[in-house]
Design a protein around this ligand. Sequence first.
Ligand code: PGA
Length: 252
Amino acid sequence: MRKKIVAGNWKMNTVLPEGEFLVKQLEFLTKEMETDVEIIVCPPFTHLATIGKLIKDNGIKICMGAQNCADHESGAYTGEVSVKMLKDVSCKYVILGHSERREYYGETSEKLYKKINLVINEGMVPIFCVGERLEERESGRHFEVVSEQIQEVLYKLRGVELDKVVVAYEPVWAIGTGRTATSDQAEEMHAYIRRVIASKFGEHADIIPILYGGSCKPSNAAEIFLKQNVDGGLIGGASLVAQDFIDIVKSF
Ligand code: PGA
């Protein structure tokens, strides 16, 4: 049985009091809820210490992740945040390789490989994002692009390390656009990703959770989550509305 996961990527949204309020709303909505879904919030860096404490002190049934981390352990890297710092404030997950970071901040596979190692070595879980751009899908190169993204980073890991990873398939053309992939498009790519991983790691591929991300909302989550190779979602916009986020969790 693979783990089911719904993770909220808040991106660069909310100031701290708004973030705290959102988590308190999530506490209220999850209090009586029985679920086998791992619910994760990934707030901005400035919120992590406070929200980590809020979750811990109140026994809230959600986990916390960061949206990025440094590619070095520590030292003279002005403006960066290390994995140790993230672990110290109770982060369990780190999103890596989000298309916005690849596109706007020049995140390369080499950098991502360094980061994924640091995260795994610190005992945290990377949520490794892959996905093609619109022009790549339209020219029929989407499988090739995603396969390359996986090979350039995940193929360099050992099987025991791979077992710690969560993959998120996020077609760039579906992120924040309201244009979601169809459940069949998602399943087709998720099954492909699992095959690409299996061709190097064999049965390790069976246990790796693969999340779908890109305009996932309460109205389309159930259909997508029903698919065999979809193990949850990485949710952007809809994770900023507590009820919508929890409705997505309940779509399983
Ligand atoms: P979206 O973002 O749900 O707003 O499309 C998803 C993501 O970028 O993780």
